[in-house]
Ligand binder design. Structure first.
Ligand code: PEP
Ligand code: MG
Length: 537
């Protein structure tokens, strides 16, 4: 038996046989004429597009936006187009042309200042290796038994194409906790380990593996006795997962379980998926994915769409959280050495008032069509909230003059700076609710860049300091009788749900794929707390 240290991107336990997806070309490849190579490339790309679309059609349990992103890269001129040009112009074989195009694209991304963009290279390399497997006919047959998916690098599409129901865990050589693969593994509720150096030499197809996401290790080829124990534990894990999945969508918890979305259409299936509302609509995607700022009408339609889809349930729309790693091409921003500490979140709104007022008018108009609430990101001072309220008053005035229907939504504060925690009693007097953004709160409390590579062991949202920040926030809010949500990644972390409920958090807002698991964990935690209270009496 061999045991290797890895890094944990998603916690949990998994055991089973390895299904190794070879990276790129293994064995001999006979290139044809440039025309034949170009035809092979097209055929492989078509097959991949078909498979990706089929994976996308699997529906709610997978994050289909990841596939959209993957197809956009695959079919883009800088990837497929560049590979085609290298075949016809430089006489490269189809697999070499694909690798070359991926290298070039990664080089371009690597020059970008942000780690988030740089990390997209993991996704691109996974995509290139999947495409090359198609070209070389190396796309291995999917095992009929559940397995642990292994690859030097994998793309979300590769994972979805293998059929997510059979994957017990994922292991890769390169990776990061914030890659799309990691997001997907989190949504599927399976462990994901990465960082196993020289993986192809250490793990062979069909080796028996034990992934322990809690201590970050992988065991290869353990003895029979250990396999038996691991199988037993795996069965318990699957049972618990199944119990969560079969939890009746109608089951109620005292804790409100809401969904995080980035696009209005994501609201369409949320009620069926069991969401009590939308706890975080990251509106900035409307601003980042366009050539120019979205118009009032465009925004109004998006916000109204989400409000109507939720049929009267609360829809918390966060005002544009631009800046730091989120760039809008049309907005000129200052050169910043520390953009996470620069012009971002509410600061952009206060410095670009016309832009902000347009968003507020759209929100006030859409609020007539449902239970919209407004939430502002990156608050650090009371005066900022006063200025936001003044902006809302101005937006209202403008709408009054135009004689259009509107409603002033409740205003909430995102607690994601230590300053906001420390002045929470004062903020609670001016806000109708709090929502804790634990991603940024962890970054600013622990002074660790949330996007930085190799810092994940320092970035610990379960750190005592962060948990105390959350407690202080809840205390201050409840003193003023306003509710507190957690909408950062921590809300969906299986290790945190019970703790957050114990602290007194009223709402957890998570990605749609995590709704039923979090609901089930919340129900369990509430039951446990009730029993503890009873036994104390
Ligand atoms: C957070 O910071 O926890 C949060 C929810 O906001 P974002 O991740 O969009 O910054
Ligand atoms: Mg944030």
């Amino acid at each position: 038996m061999k045991r290797f240290e890895c890094r944990t991107a998603q916690p949990g336990f998994a055991a089973g046989q390895a299904f190794v997806i070879p990276s790129g070309q293994t064995g001999e490849y006979r290139p044809g004429t440039p025309e034949e190579e170009a035809a092979r490339l097209e055929k492989a790309a078509e097959a991949m597009n078909r498979q990706l679309k089929a994976a996308q059609a699997q529906g709610a349990s997978v994050d289909t936006a990841l596939i959209d992103a993957e197809m956009m890269i695959l079919n883009g001129d800088e990837f497929l187009g560049a590979a085609r040009r290298s075949i016809l112009g430089e006489d490269l074989s189809a697999p070499d042309a694909v690798t070359h195009a991926a290298d070039k694209l990664c080089e371009m991304f690597s020059e970008s200042g942000t780690d988030y963009i740089r990390e997209r290279c993991e996704d691109i390399r996974g995509l290139a290796s999947a495409l090359n497997a198609q070209i070389t006919g190396n796309d291995s047959e999917i095992p009929s038994e559940p397995f642990i998916l292994v690859g030097s690098e994998l793309s979300p599409g590769q994972i979805l194409m293998t059929g997510t129901g059979s994957i017990r865990g994922i292991l890769t050589e390169t990776g990061s906790p914030t890659s799309h693969v990691s997001v997907l593994a989190g949504n599927l509720g399976i462990p994901y380990l990465f960082g196993l150096k020289d993986l192809p030499e250490k793990v062979q197809d069909r080796d028996y593996l034990i992934l322990d996401g809690d201590d970050g290790t992988v065991c290869v080829d353990p003895p029979e006795e250990t396999i038996r124990e691991a199988e037993k534990r795996q069965a318990e894990v699957l049972q618990a997962l199944e119990a969560q999945r079969t939890l009746a969508a109608g089951e109620k918890t005292r804790t409100i379980i809401c969904a995080n979305i980035s696009r209005a259409e994501e609201a369409d299936n949320l009620l069926e998926a069991g969401a009590d509302g939308i706890g975080l609509f990251r509106s900035e995607l409307l601003f980042l994915n366009s050539e120019q700022p979205p118009s009032e009408e465009e925004q109004f339609l998006a916000y109204r769409h989400a409000a109507e889809a939720m049929k009267g349930r609360n829809v918390v729309i966060r005002t544009m959280d631009i800046g730091s790693d989120k760039h809008a091409a049309w907005l000129s921003m200052p050169e910043e050495i520390n953009p996470a500490l620069g012009l971002r979140g509410l600061r952009v709104s206060l410095e670009h008032k016309e832009l902000f007022r347009t968003q507020l008018r759209a929100l006030l108009r859409a609020a007539v069509h449902g239970s919209i609430q407004i939430m502002v990101p990156m608050v650090a001072s009371v005066w900022e909230l006063d200025e936001i309220q003044e902006e809302i008053r101005i937006a209202e005035e403008e709408l009054k003059q135009r004689d259009v229907p509107y409603r002033i939504p409740e205003l909430g504060v995102m607690i994601e700076t230590p300053a906001a925690v420390m002045i929470a009693p004062a903020l609670a007097q001016k806000a109708r609710f709090f929502s804790i953004g634990t991603n940024d709160l962890t970054q600013y409390t622990l002074a660790v860049d949330r996007e930085a590579r190799g810092m994940d062991r320092y970035f610990d949202p379960l750190h005592e300091a962060v948990l105390r920040m959350i407690s202080l926030t809840v205390e201050a809010a409840h003193q003023k009788q306003i509710p507190v949500a957690v909408c950062g990644e921590l809300a969906g972390d299986p290790r945190a749900v019970e703790q957050l409920i114990r602290i007194g958090v009223d709402e957890l807002s998570v990605s749609a794929a995590k709704l039923s698991r979090v609901r089930s964990q919340a129900a369990e935690a509430e039951e446990k707390l009730a029993e503890e209270a009873k036994s104390k009496k």
